[in-house]
Design a protein around this ligand. Structure first.
Ligand SMILES: Nc1ncnc2c1ncn2[C@@H]1O[C@H](COP(=O)(O)OP(=O)(O)OP(=O)(O)O)[C@@H](O)[C@H]1O
Ligand SMILES: [Mg+2]
Length: 336
């Protein structure tokens, strides 16, 4: 049996855990529901299910904010619950590989380490891996020998733009744009154009179905509350309107990518030109996003297939393949 090890990608929206015991990646919402201020009521997908529907005494929240840990206690609880689930409450000790963003403070980075060490999950060893490196491995790029690789990971609350070369990170920028902002833009536009209030979940559904709706050339159908009458109604929303309201955010992302490209050393730029940009993260598949990035940068865009799990897939390779172990490191002074 392989040794017990977990690879953890703590996303602001989704937590992904690679479990070496069965070689599977578990993915659930990174959410917690607390009742009467102290009692754990639900976590993960079950907490998300109640989101926007629960009574006032149940508080549902995301323990991460813009890619960093905002609520350590709740994050520990969620992590412990999932590890207990994955080990059927028989956790007798394991190694943990946790992915961390690069463009954050040392304190914020260390918080990922502390989270695992203090979560009561029987950590034998805790190693960290930069998210962009894990992404590269997850996308089957040979990060140790490749030069000039640009990876753009668009998630729930963040977009991480990184340049990798020879197993290291040359440049990395984390910006506060992601799927959640897209959902907010959709809500705002529908409210303005149709006097209709819709929930976050409904906006997300519209966004995720855009590819299919555009292909079939049909409108999105949404349910919400009419601002004027206060009554629940159904409305048809043209996909053009949705695309239009997202364009400003897409431009933000394209501009940030250009800034990083401008700062990239010229020898690496040549390699990036040859390889194109690698686009990943859950939001990578948003309608026409790859097209806009390609047009805005004049570069080829390689859209990752399994984009939502690319970091976790990379962690799996670090755990399984000794050749890649060197990309993981212990936080100085804290190795076990
Ligand atoms: N087909 C799709 N089209 C558009 N967006 C999608 C699609 N599938 C998933 N998403 C979006 O992907 C986002 C979640 O992606 P992901 O799990 O990579 O984020 P995260 O890692 O939790 O967040 P972050 O990296 O910002 O901390 C959500 O906003 C979701 O709506
Ligand atoms: Mg992510």
């Amino acid at each position: 049996m392989p040794s017990a090890a977990f690879g953890i990608d703590l996303g602001t929206g989704n937590i992904k855990i690679y479990n070496n015991a069965d070689g599977m990646i578990m993915r659930e919402k990174n959410m917690i529901a607390i009742m009467n201020k102290k009692e754990l009521f639900a976590y993960g997908d079950a907490a998300f299910e109640m989101f926007e529907k629960a009574p006032g005494n149940i508080k549902i929240s995301y323990p991460l904010s813009f890619g960093v840990i905002a609520d350590i206690k709740n994050m520990q609880t969620v992590l412990r619950c999932f590890i207990n689930e994955l080990t059927h409450n028989k956790n007798s000790g394991a190694d943990y590989y946790i992915a961390v963003p690069t463009d954050v403070t040392e304190v914020e980075k260390r918080a990922f380490y502390d989270l695992v060490s203090d979560a009561n999950v029987k950590a034998k060893k805790i190693m960290v891996v930069e998210k962009a490196i894990a992404d590269g491995l997850g996308l089957n790029i040979d990060v140790k020998t490749s030069q000039g690789v640009m990876i753009v990971n668009i998630g729930f609350e963040t977009t991480e733009i990184s340049i990798l070369s020879l197993g290291g990170i040359v440049l990395s920028k984390l910006i506060k744009v992601g799927g959640r902002k897209f959902d907010e833009a959709i809500r705002g536009a529908i409210r303005k154009e149709y006097n209709l209030v819709i929930g976050e979940k409904t906006a997300e559904k519209v966004k995720v179905s855009l590819n299919e709706l555009s292909e079939e050339d049909v409108d999105a159908v949404v349910y919400g509350r009419d601002i004027v009458t206060g009554l629940p109604v159904e409305r048809k929303i043209p996909t053009d309107l949705v695309d239009m309201c997202l364009s400003e955010l897409v431009e933000n992302i394209v501009d940030s990518i250009k800034v990083i490209l401008e700062r990239t050393p010229p020898e690496l730029s040549a390699d990036i030109y040859r390889h194109g940009i690698f686009l990943t993260g859950g939001s990578a598949h948003m309608h026409n996003l790859d097209l806009h990035i390609s047009r805005g940068t004049n570069l080829k865009v390689n859209l990752a297939e399994d984009s939502i799990d690319s970091v976790a897939n990379g962690l799996a390779r670090v755990i399984k393949d000794d050749n890649f172990r060197s990309v993981a490191y212990a936080i100085e002074g804290m190795s076990r």
